[in-house]
Ligand binder design. Structure first.
Ligand SMILES: [Zn+2]
Ligand SMILES: [Zn+2]
Length: 186
């Protein structure tokens, strides 16, 4: 009796900690062992991801359907998040939703394909949702396939107007110096 009293609150505490840790943790106790039983979860929360050209700028939203199998469950669904992109050529920024699909198997016989279910019946979808979303993003986003980029010399955005031109760098009297003194000299 004493043990039961002790275990109860501790399990509850673990569960609450998981909930606080990630909005992408789901408890699946109600499905385990009931092959064919299914439920849909709507999850949303921040995911950390940022590179020079791609930043998640709002909560990711995932709709995941959970379906129990004899020895585990399948989580399947879609994640969507607002992303701020910067063009790899002209540096213009724009915001657009990115989305990705996830199909994951959770179970007891854990291997590369089967992910673990916590002792409290929790599965943590966050790393998978984040990875799939990141994999869906371009490494070098372009505002348009035909983006003309910036003039390498003066920085003019060539999508807006043409650069008026520069003396050929190789004919410039400083060209020979560049080789010795590095790119600081202009
Ligand atoms: Zn561009
Ligand atoms: Zn120029």
């Amino acid at each position: 009796m004493f043990l039961l009293v002790l275990t109860g609150p501790r399990m509850l505490l673990t569960s609450l900690e998981n909930l606080i840790q990630s909005p992408f943790v789901v408890f699946v106790n109600d499905l385990l062992g009931l092959a064919g039983a299914r439920r849909t979860e709507e999850l949303s929360g921040p995911l950390e991801f940022e590179t020079d050209l791609v930043t998640l700028v709002g909560d990711a939203r995932a709709i995941i359907s959970l379906e129990a199998m004899a020895d585990g469950l399948v989580a399947r669904g879609e994640v969507v998040a607002p992303v701020l992109f910067r063009c790899n050529r002209c540096l213009v920024r724009w915001q657009e939703d990115a989305n990705a699909e996830v199909v994951l198997v959770f179970g007891e016989a854990v291997d590369d394909e089967i992910h673990p279910i916590g002792r409290d019946g929790a599965i943590d979808l966050e790393p998978f949702v984040r990875d799939e979303l990141c994999l869906s993003l371009p490494l070098a986003p372009l505002c348009s396939d035909s983006c003309l980029g910036l003039c390498q010399t003066c920085g003019t955005d060539l999508n807006r107007r043409p650069c008026s031109g520069h003396p050929d760098a190789n004919e410039s009297p400083f060209a020979a110096l560049r080789g010795f003194l590095g790119p600081e000299i202009d």
